[in-house]
Each structure stands twice: as structure tokens, then as C-alpha cells.
Ligand binder design. Structure first.
Ligand code: ADP
Length: 477
């Protein structure tokens, strides 16, 4: 099999290859991808540093054209790249193609943002002096991404970093190098000057750590676990470096007595189980008032019976496999924990066999859970959801907010009063009314509060807050 190499200083380098395995069929090798060393990471950082002066002053039309070309190629290859994504990560083919289209839209959006760069000119409080406020690129940006959105998350970090004139050292998650390699290849062929984007695939403890330890990264944007996020934060403070973290969630979805039952069930099934529950915005706590509780649980259980768990590429599959053996163990461990804590296993809970060997798990629903149980407090990151019964809206809101996390929160209700109150009083960065907690737009800010996130929001024009630094200049007239 061809070895897909790392991209450092505009050259494809590296010999030490690792197999990328399909979680729907562990007999299938998706490709072989080079594993970078700490020295490779250092070379990549040096290359990005050398490329920064020219790229940060590059013409906006050059940047616009490269981002637009990248968007066009991703869109033209959406079936092929979506297939690759589904095979390396395990989400269903329609979800994977949707994510690929999303990546193209993000590159297109930031191609547009390059042409909309602006600043402010205002009078000084002192006579005969003018003030200009401009945004400048930060420098070399380190990008560290997780495995659950193999093309969209790299896109929503790489596109703004380039649009605003930064150079990049990019380390994707070990489990999903293929989509990242494809993005690097497309940008390289689209004409990105050498060293502007460097791809270093490999281990977090080696390549990621070498990035954290470097004094030459001006900023790091990270999406992943809370534990690694804390390491990124500590190392960044040490190096006086800007950092942005997107971490876990334990997103609540409230269902009130007055909810439209069909809307509530659709939103809960989507939030909890689509993409195998492996989304940081997935809802794993369904907080349901007592008047609708039994009806809702019965309808959701009926819905779960209709969901097909199988190979991500098979037509008709609703839920693909869990991403790997380690994550499957984490999911089944939590299922055992939930039972030992006294929650009632209302549906699923078992691993299942399909034609090919893969990491298949039934969608799993607990009822009679409390918000104090570990299954309600810790992020499981699988298709495992708990129902917590509450008396009324006030208790629902209080349980929804009683969590260390604060990424996304949802409510199913036909009451304008409660929807409005929930939007104002939810302690989450994103609030959804009668919609799944997952599934967001690309042109508006994405991010959370509390232990879910740190730093400025990602996506849309708000991305400029992280990827630029403000300068205030005074001139005597
Ligand atoms: P997940 O549980 O989603 O895999 P991680 O936080 O382990 O979350 O991984 C997210 C990203 O962080 C991956 O690209 C991983 O390789 C990287 N990573 C893991 N450990 C470190 C580390 N010590 N330093 C920098 N990056 C790391």
C-alpha cells in the first residue's frame, strides 16, 4: 500500500507507516500513514516560522483563491472523501458526505472572509491625532484535532488560520489521518507556499507534546478530551501562548409535558444516538417532566427498535460502529456502571455481531437515572443515554445546569414562555429549541462554557478573535 507521508516545508517526508483500520470491518486497512517523530514536529514548527513573514503579508486575492480552490475540490470529491471518512471513523455514509460538504462550506466561508478583512479608523481624544485599530495574524498556530469529525474540525481550524494570515503545524488524531492528509494534499496542490501548512501525523504524547513544549508556537487551538485540554492550557501559559480549547460535554435535553411528542423523540434520538453518540454536542441526559415521562420513554424505545446498527457504508444503516476497541470498552464499562448505580437498562446495552468484524454496540437507554450518577456526570462519548425524571420545568432547568460542562443544551416544548426562559437561563454556549443538541451552522459561533471550552468562539466571523491579534496605532497628523 502507498505510504501517505507528512508534509513538512512543502515536502512529503516520512517512512514509518501505521495502518488506518476501518471500525466497521477491522480486516480492512483504509491506508498507511506516516508517523511523525518529535524531531519532525520541530522541523514543521521551524518551517512554519520561516514561512510566516511572507504569508502574513500575502495578498488577500492569493489567500482567497487558495481557500476557494480547496473548497471547490472538496465539494467535487464529496462522495469519495465521504466514503474515506466513513471508513476511517465509522459514521454512516450520508453523515460522512454531509460532513465533507460542511468542510467545503467552511473553506468557502473563509475564502469570503479574506475579502472582508477590515479595521477601524477613529479620532483620538487628543487633537490632531488619528487612531487605527487593525487585526494582525498571530504567527505559527498549532492545530490539534480529535477523531470524531475527521474533516470538519480540521477545516474549521485550518481555514480561518490561513485566511487571517497565520502559518500552521497541524496534528490530527491518530485514528483518522486520512481526511487530514487529503486536506493537506488539496491545499498543497491549490498553491499554498511551502511551510505555510505542515502536516505531522502521529501520537499525541510525542508529536502533540513536542508542539506543546515549543516556544515557537504563538497559539494552539485544540479539540479533544478535558485531560489533554488541561495540558494544552498549562503548557500554553508556560510559553505565554494564546490557546483555545473545545472539550467535553454532558449535554442536557429537557422534554416538557407540553412537548410535541414526535418532535421530542426525533430530537432525542438524533441527539443521543446519531454519529454513534460520538459528538461533543450529543445529548446524553434526557430530563423529562413526569406528565410525559412514560409516553416519551415508550415512544423513544419504539424508535430505537427501528434504528439499524451496521457497517457505515451499508445503505440503511442509521448507526455505524464505535470508533475503536478502546472507546467500545469505555462505553460498555459505563453501561455496567449505570446498572451498578441502580439505573434501569430500558433498551440495548449489548455489543452485536454483523457480517464483518467491527465495534458494534446497540443504542442504549437508561431510565430511572439520577443526575448524581456517574453516567449522568461523566462524558461517555458513545450511544448511551440516560433519562432523568423531574417534577416540573424549574427542576428540569436546575438539573440541566447541574453539570461541570456547558456546551449545548436543548428543550422540547410548545410553550413560548418556557422556551424563552430556557434560552436565557441555560448555562450552555449553544441552546436548541425543539431541535437536537447536535447539528450546528458553520457561519455562526460554536463553543461552550464551564469545563467544555476555553477562549474565543470558533467558526463564523467570531473566529477572527482567536486567529488574530489587535493592534492600536496612533499617528500625529
Ligand atoms: P480523545 O479522547 O478524543 O482521543 P484526546 O485529548 O486524547 O481526546 O485527543 C485529542 C487530540 O489530542 C489528539 O490529536 C491526540 O493525539 C492529542 N493529544 C493527546 N495527548 C496529547 C499531549 N500530551 N499533547 C498534545 N496533544 C495530545
Amino acid at each position: 500500500m502507498t505510504l501517505h507521508q507528512n508534509l513538512i516545508a512543502g515536502e512529503w517526508v516520512g517512512a514509518d507507516g501505521v495502518e488506518n483500520i476501518n471500525p466497521s470491518n477491522t480486516n480492512e486497512v483504509v491506508g498507511v500513514y506516516a508517523r511523525a517523530s518529535a524531531d519532525d514536529a520541530k522541523n514543521a514548527i521551524a518551517a512554519a516560522k520561516a514561512a510566516f513573514p511572507a504569508w502574513s503579508r500575502s495578498g488577500i486575492l492569493e489567500r482567497h483563491a487558495i481557500l476557494k480552490k480547496t473548497s471547490d475540490e472538496i465539494l467535487a470529491r464529496k462522495e469519495e472523501l465521504g466514503n474515506l471518512l466513513a471508513r476511517e471513523e465509522g459514521k454512516t455514509l450520508p453523515e460522512a458526505i454531509g460532513e465533507t460538504i460542511r468542510a467545503a462550506q467552511i473553506f468557502d466561508f473563509f475564502a469570503g472572509e479574506v475579502l472582508r478583512l477590515s479595521g477601524e479608523v477613529l479620532p483620538s481624544v487628543r487633537p490632531n491625532i488619528g487612531v487605527e485599530i487593525t487585526r494582525e495574524p498571530i504567527g505559527v498556530v498549532g492545530i490539534i484535532t480529535p477523531w470524531n469529525f475527521p474533516i470538519a474540525i480540521p477545516a474549521w481550524k485550518i481555514a480561518p488560520a490561513l485566511a487571517y494570515g497565520n502559518t500552521i503545524v497541524f496534528k490530527p488524531a491518530e485514528l483518522v489521518p486520512a481526511c487530514s492528509w487529503a486536506i493537506a494534499d488539496i491545499l498543497h496542490r491549490a498553491g499554498l507556499p511551502k511551510g505555510v501548512l505542515n502536516l505531522v501525523m502521529g501520537k499525541g504524547s510525542v508529536v502533540g507534546q513536542a508542539m506543546l513544549d515549543s516556544p515557537d508556537l504563538a497559539a494552539i487551538t485544540f479539540t479533544g478530551s478535558t485531560g489533554t485540554g488541561k495540558r494544552v492550557a498549562a503548557a500554553s501559559i508556560e510559553h505565554n501562548r494564546k490557546f483555545q480549547l473545545e472539550m467535553g460535554g454532558k449535554n442536557p435535553m429537557v422534554v416538557l409535558d407540553d412537548a410535541d411528542l414526535t418532535v421530542a423523540v426525533e430530537a432525542a434520538a438524533n441527539s443521543g444516538f446519531f454519529s454513534t453518540g460520538q459528538r461533543c454536542t450529543a445529548s446524553s441526559r434526557l430530563i423529562v417532566t413526569e406528565g410525559i415521562h412514560d409516553k416519551f420513554v415508550a415512544a423513544l424505545t419504539e424508535k430505537l427498535k427501528t434504528l439499524v446498527v451496521d457497517d457505515a457504508l451499508k445503505a440503511g444503516t442509521h448507526i455505524g460502529p464505535v470508533v475503536d476497541a478502546g472507546q467500545l470498552k469505555q462505553d460498555t464499562d459505563y453501561i455496567a456502571i449505570g446498572q451498578s448505580e441502580g439505573a434501569k437498562l430500558a433498551f440495548g446495552g449489548e455489543t452485536i455481531s454483523r457480517d464483518n468484524p467491527g465495534f458494534f454496540l446497540q443504542p442504549t437507554l437508561f431510565t430511572e437515572a439520577t443526575n448524581q450518577m456517574r453516567i449522568s456526570r461523566e462524558e461517555i462519548f458513545g450511544p448511551v443515554v440516560s433519562v432523568i425524571r423531574v417534577k416540573n420545568y424549574d427542576e428540569a432547568l436546575s438539573v440541566a445546569n447541574d453539570t461541570p460542562f456547558g456546551l449545548s443544551a436543548g428543550i422540547a416544548t410548545t410553550s413560548l414562555k418556557h422556551a424563552t426562559h430556557f434560552k436565557r437561563n441555560s448555562e450552555a454556549g449553544m441552546v436548541m429549541v425543539n431541535l437536537p443538541t447536535a447539528g450546528v451552522d458553520f457561519h455562526v459561533p460554536f463553543g461552550g462554557r464551564k469545563a467544555s471550552s476555553f477562549g474565543p468562539r470558533e467558526q463564523g466571523k467570531y473566529a477572527s478573535e482567536f486567529f488574530t491579534v489587535v493592534k492600536t496605532a496612533y499617528t500625529l497628523a
